[in-house]
Design a protein around this ligand. Structure first.
Ligand SMILES: N[C@@H](CCC(=O)N[C@@H](CS)C(=O)NCC(=O)O)C(=O)O
Length: 232
């Protein structure tokens, strides 16, 4: 059976890491049997990030590479009917969410003082008290470094959120009034879209990103639809 290694779940979400939630959602959507291995420390993962899977003797890291692997090994029921244009659009949307919107979300969690207090209390609650005294701040410094390295962290607060809000608007525009990103049937890009949107909408960390996502009623009902269909 496939083992999905991912962070512990918080806040009633399948996972507070959008990449882990994307992976779990994909496995559920593709109806592949799997079990979850809660792995709080990403340093033990093959590429130092979560999620990764174990499938018999293979370890596969990175959600996109894992989905490619699963499609090759177990077939591609979700995306088989997408046209080449839709596949190109899916890739562009995936990059928008995973390589750009993600960082605005990271900013909202780790840089906003009130949200950082929530993150600190939640993510590190199981850590021994001695380590809790300094490890969270150390990790926060690394996140700040990564935000700067990515480039989004060099902008001011308003600019970061404007970039993120534009991304959310683009997803809402693509979805329009369809049930799923490409129409009546869910495809693998819905695993990403649901994971990233729910991680903005359904977290106890207010931000202009969350306000903007809440104002897009099609995105709110989309998340509800995905939840009912794949996490009932
Ligand atoms: N490209 C990777 C990204 C995974 C990723 O960024 N995971 C984050 C959690 S959302 C992580 O493990 N961060 C830990 C770290 O950077 O130390 C994927 O698609 O799986």
């Amino acid at each position: 059976m496939i083992k999905l290694h991912q962070f512990p779940a918080f806040w009633g979400l399948p996972n507070a890491s959008p990449f882990c939630m994307k992976m779990e959602t994909y496995l559920r959507m593709a109806k592949l049997p799997f079990e979850i291995v809660v792995t709080p420390d990403p340093r033990k993962a093959p590429k130092g990030k979560l999620p990764f899977i174990e499938d018999n003797n293979a370890k596969v890291a990175d959600s996109a590479l894992t989905i490619d692997y699963l499609k090759q090994k177990y077939g591609d029921t979700l995306d088989a009917n997408l046209s080449p244009t839709q596949k190109a659009q899916a890739l562009a949307l995936q990059r928008l969410m995973e390589e750009h919107l993600y960082w605005a979300m990271v900013y909202s969690r780790w840089m906003e003082p009130a949200n950082w207090a929530v993150v600190k209390k939640t993510y590190f609650s199981k850590m021994p008290a001695l380590l809790r005294g300094f490890v969270p701040e150390m990790i926060r410094k690394n996140v700040m470094r990564d935000l700067r390295g990515h480039g989004l962290g060099r902008h001011n607060r308003d600019e970061v959120y404007q970039f993120g809000k534009n991304d959310i608007t683009a997803i809402a525009t693509q979805l329009a009034n369809q049930p799923f990103i490409f129409g009546d049937q869910p495809t693998s890009i819905d695993a990403s879209a649901y994971a990233f949107l729910a991680n903005i909408l359904d977290v106890p960390m207010p931000s202009p990103l969350q306000d903007h996502a809440k104002a897009q009623s099609n995105l709110v009902s989309y998340c509800q639809r995905m939840k009912e269909r794949f996490y009932a």
